[in-house]
Design a binder for this molecule. Structure first.
Ligand code: UDP
Ligand code: MG
Length: 345
């Protein structure tokens, strides 16, 4: 029997590029005659005609599956949902904008099937076509991340990768709410082959990642995979204490040797402002970790599914098995005819 590959494609407002993607998908599937190549579009709450286009494709092509979120939950949630619902022997994550060359699939497949790797990942060796400021900060981020985290995050790594079931299941075991896939892929381990390619520009539509969004995403990565900032805060506290003692000694000696000249208030104000600033900065770092921990303890679902053509997923708005308790309660309510009695946690 033929083995199957599921391509997980997160889509957010991709109406312009989807027809191009589908064409490319068909030609790739043709070039892999020994496999059944399915595509699972995860519509991340698009506001344009993305879901309509996907549904039309699904009507004429049985290999096209889709899952649509109730709102925009972000690419990380879309990847998680896709992996959770992909049932191919191999699963690939691929952007809809054709920046992840589908032609690399053959090489990725060979790495897993012939060379025995558990996953084949891709990284861009150039950032041609990207704004230089974005490239600069991206490089700084990867350098910093690899210094302060024990999890390796490859510079230029894309989310585009092919993986075995075992690798996919390992990722799904990491059910955290604050997700940073590039770190998660590294954290789970296994043998990964890196395939390099030259940057390809988006074929149509616009990037969904503003500079601000990328900055937030990179902070997410640091908070999720390193506790070094917390240690740095303690070191900073010690350094400030040390400086205070040195300052105290200087004042003492000065007073004993030269009497007690009136110290200027500007220096006092500067010290208060400096210490106040350092304290607020440190509290900010603590607060960021705390807020992440707070969100994790709430155990909110990572995504809510609005509609899908996946068989056996007709619960509609309930994400797969994330809240077994909640699911049971709703089903129980439905059976007993009660309404709006959803148990909240
Ligand atoms: N995407 C998504 N949800 C979002 C933002 C993006 O599913 O909130 C998808 C998007 O449709 C695309 C992929 O993630 O398939 C990569 O996004 P984009 O091309 O905008 O990012 P870039 O390549 O510029 O980093
Ligand atoms: Mg892109």
């Amino acid at each position: 029997m033929k083995q199957s590959i599921t391509l997980v494609v997160p889509c957010y407002n991709e109406e312009e590029v989807l027809p191009l993607f589908y064409k490319e998908y068909c030609s790739v599937a043709e070039r892999l005659p020994d496999y059944i190549v399915e595509v699972l579009f995860v519509d991340d709450g698009s506001k344009d005609r993305t879901i309509e286009i996907v549904k039309k494709l699904a009507e004429k092509d049985k290999r096209v599956k889709y899952l649509s979120f109730s709102r925009n939950f972000g690419k990380e949630a879309a990847i998680y949902a896709g992996l959770q619902n992909a049932d191919g022997d191999y699963t690939a994550i691929m952007d809809a904008d054709l920046q992840d060359p589908p032609a690399l699939l053959q090489e990725m497949l060979d790495a897993i099937v012939k060379e025995g790797y558990d996953s084949a990942a891709t990284r861009r060796v150039t950032r041609k076509g990207e704004p230089p400021v974005r490239s600069f900060f991206a490089r700084c981020f990867y350098r910093l991340m690899n210094k302060i985290s024990t999890t390796e995050v490859m510079d230029g790594a894309r989310d585009y990768r092919l993986m075995t079931r075992q690798f996919r299941d390992a990722i799904l075991q990491m059910g955290e709410y604050n997700r940073f896939s590039k770190g998660i892929f590294g954290w789970v381990g296994f043998k990964t082959k890196w395939i390099e390619f030259e940057n390809v520009e988006r074929q149509a539509g616009e990037t969904k990642w503003s500079f601000w969004k990328l900055l937030v995403y990179s902070i997410e990565g640091i908070l999720g995979f390193s506790t070094v900032p917390l240690a740095l805060v303690s070191v900073l506290g010690l350094l400030v204490c040390f400086a205070a003692f040195v300052f105290l000694a200087v004042i003492l000696v000065k007073t004993l040797c030269f009497g007690d000249p009136v110290a200027g208030w500007p220096s006092t104000v500067c010290i208060i402002l400096l210490l106040g600033g350092i304290q607020l900065f440190c509290m900010g770092i603590l607060g960021m970790y705390l807020s992440k921990a707070y969100l994790e303890t709430k155990k909110r679902p990572i995504y809510i599914c609005g509609e899908t053509n996946l068989s056996g997923k007709d619960e509609g708005y309930l994400p797969e098995l994330q809240h077994t308790k909640m699911k049971k309660t709703i089903h129980a309510c439905a059976e007993s005819g009660e309404e709006n009695e959803t148990e909240r946690d």
